[in-house]
Structure formats: C-alpha cells, structure tokens
Design a protein around this ligand. Sequence first.
Ligand code: 5AD
Ligand code: SF4
Length: 465
Amino acid sequence: MTPPRKLHIKSYGCQMNVYDAQRMVDTLGAEGFVETADAGDADLVILNTCHIREKASEKVYSELGRLRVAKEEAAKAGRAMQIAVAGCVAQAEGAEIIARAPTVDVVVGPQSYHHLPQLLSQASRGERAIETEFPAEDKFGFLAKPSREAIRARGVSAFVTVQEGCDKFCTFCVVPYTRGAEMSRPVARIVDDVMQLTESGVREITLIGQNVNAYHGDGPDGRAWTLGRLLYRIAEIPGVARIRYSTSHPNDVDDDLIAAHRDLRAVMPFVHLPVQSGSDRILDLMNRRHGAADYRRVVDRFRSVRPDIAFSSDFIVGFPGETEEDFRATLALIDQIGYAAAYSFKYSPRPGTPAADMQEMVSATEMDERLERLQSLIDSQQAAFNRSAIGTVVDVLFERAARKPGQLVGRTAYLQPAHVMASEDIIGQVLPVRIDSLERYSLLGELVTTPAARPDVASLMSIGG
Ligand code: 5AD
Ligand code: SF4
C-alpha cells in the first residue's frame, strides 16, 4: 500500500471557507490524503483565501513566498510538494496568480472544488491548472461526504451550506463577483446532510450562506421553500438540539422566519443581522436597499415574538463620503438596538466594485478614530450583555474539554463561551448552568439540576452580510 499523502489547508475569512475547507479535506481524503498541521511536511498545501477585506491579495502573495521556500526545501529532500490557491482571491485573480507566482500548481475557484482531484493530477503531469468558471453542475452532488470519524473529530457543532452567492450587489462588496449569483440547495439534500451529521453526534447545526435568508431551495412538494420553512423541517430531525443560520440580509426577513423563531425552541434567539451603517444617505450609497428605520422595524418584528432575542451585526466605518453626522447616525442606531456582539471594519475599496470608483475617501486618521469610537460603544454593550447573565441559569451546549484540567467549555444560546467543572461524558448535552462570574468574554458557572428559567433562550467572522 502506498503511504497516505499529506494535505495542509490554511483557511482565511468566513465560516463558508471553514466549511469549504472541510469539504476539500473530505474529497481529497477519498483520494488518499490525510491532513497534517505542518505545511512544511505536506505533499499538498491549499491556501483557502478570502477577498473581502483589505490587502487580501498581498497577504496571499507573501504566504506564497513562504511556501515557495518550503517547496524548494521539499524538492531538495526529494519530495514533490504541490501548492493550490482556492477561495475568493483565486476566483477574482486566478490568472494573475498563475502569472505572478510560478510556485502555484493549481488555482481553483469556490464553485469547482469537486474538480480538485483532476486539477491536481493535471498539475502533476506538469500542466499548471486553473479553474475559475461557474460550472453548470451542482458541486455539492460531487463533493465527498465526511466520514463518521471526521464528523466526530470536528465536534458537536457543524456548518451546512444551504445557499451560496448573492444578488444584492452592495456597492462595497466582492461577494456577488467571487461567489456568483444566488443559488439554493434543495431541501432533501440539506436534510440528508443534517441527518448524517446528527447520526454521528452533531447537536448544533448552523445553516450558512452569503445571503442565507434569501434561501429558496426546491422543497419535497416541488415548490420553493423559504429559510423559515427549512428551519421547521430541520427542527424535526432527531438529535438536532440547536439551529442557527448566518448571514441574513434585513430585507429578506419574512414572516416564515419570524414564525420559526416564535415556534421552534431549537432555533437560537441570536441573529447575525448586518446593517453596515445607520445613515440613510450612506445606506443608499451602499445600495443596501433599506434605511435605518426599516432595519429597526425588522429587529422589532423578531423581538415581538422572542423578547429575549439578541443581535450581532457588521459595520463599515469610513465608507466614501461618510461625514461625522452620518457616523453619528450609526452610533445612534447602535444605541437604539443594543447589540450582544458586532464586527466592525474600516472601509477598503475592493477592485471591480462600484464603491471603488467613489471619490470622497475618508482619511485614514478619521477612519481609525471612528472605528475606535464604534468599537468602544459595542464593547460596552457586549460587556453589559455578558454581565446580565451573572446570577441567572442558562442552557449550555457542552463542546469539549477546556484547557484547565477537569473543566469543560460549552456555548450559551448567545454563543458566549461558558466554563464549568464537569465530567467529559456530558459533551454533546445541553444542560442548565448557573452563571457565577465573568472572565473577559467567558462565563464561569456550575451545573445545576433545576432547568434554565428561560430554557435555551439564554461567530468567526460572518459570511457575506
Ligand atoms: N470594506 C470593508 N468591509 C467590508 N465588508 C465587506 N466588504 C468590505 C469592504 N470593501 C464587511 C461587511 C460585511 C463583512 C462580511 O465584511 O461589513 O458584512
Ligand atoms: Fe450580498 Fe452581503 Fe455582499 Fe451585500 S454585503 S452584496 S448582501 S454578501
């Protein structure tokens, strides 16, 4: 038997890339590859890149510089190392990567991961391979499923892609270009994937997509199902204790989704709902297709059915033309909503997007200053939110042993890490915990026998937005 070949994947960016990396490992696993944590020791290194923010491609080229050295070392030792670039930078700048980085053997865009085995064998015949088309077939039908062992090793919480791509065309965003047009997977395929995961011990499912609540996959009745309807179906699958979904656009929150939050205990009351800005003028320039008041109404609809619901968001500061007054409108919106967490970014032009041609750039100092003000407001909201858990009993899904001997770590409904002294046999269970104190972002508590007062009501960078 030939010894297994070693594969190292370095993934950047969003949850979708984490998920895609796992699918690549599964698909190449079927070809005899095993994962290694050491790039220098690998027969194949895949850089799974992210294009969403600043200096994405420069980072890729500097990483490729390091890999070129590792590849030369391997060659000296008589070992052939292949280097592949995947993800959104591959999609956006594939031909340039091939031209600029002779060390790269394969460039593969996100819609073509199922072709990786062929691309690699083409490259081992000495022909460098590039595939950045959007093939007609559904790659999900061709990507290998994870083995039972792989699922177990990845833990009790798993991602399942339900849709990809985005048709919203926010003016700052590359996703519609790198991930392509919005497409949804059929309900039956998603249900099969979830069942396979739960049969191997997964208890929490996060449905992911760049614009997840635009979901409109074929249902078993031949009609297009909404995300809300899909949530009802997933909640029926034995073993599913918790369901999350990410990332949502405010305009695609419909009545089915609100009803699912009202009716389904498994749907966690924590929603990532990016708004980007609180200024109507900037929202318009961003082509978000909603104003601040529309966003507040969406939040109110969720809250009217789940008063305990909490939100996280994404914000961009320094979008071209953003004035101090626009920025204050963002702070005011944050004040009004009250977030449990948020991600915030300085605007950076992405080549090929409409905003990249906008002229009125905000100065770097102003951007820094606004980012700091925004982050300190979010930090104080997050700290208050975390403090409010102290003294309450909340449900925790136990995930794994913590660093401290005898301690386990799990997550609350709001994704706060919770640390408890307990035995490892409760991993995979959702149990009530009384929260005693807070250590930075982590809750410390004890298992209790009384159920949580609010049963199961108590990230990562997001995808799309
Ligand atoms: N500049 C800064 N932030 C951006 N994001 C997307 N594109 C850009 C850009 N050009 C942020 C948005 C999105 C998140 C995933 O990344 O806030 O919601
Ligand atoms: Fe689509 Fe989100 Fe990008 Fe807007 S920010 S284009 S909704 S992925």
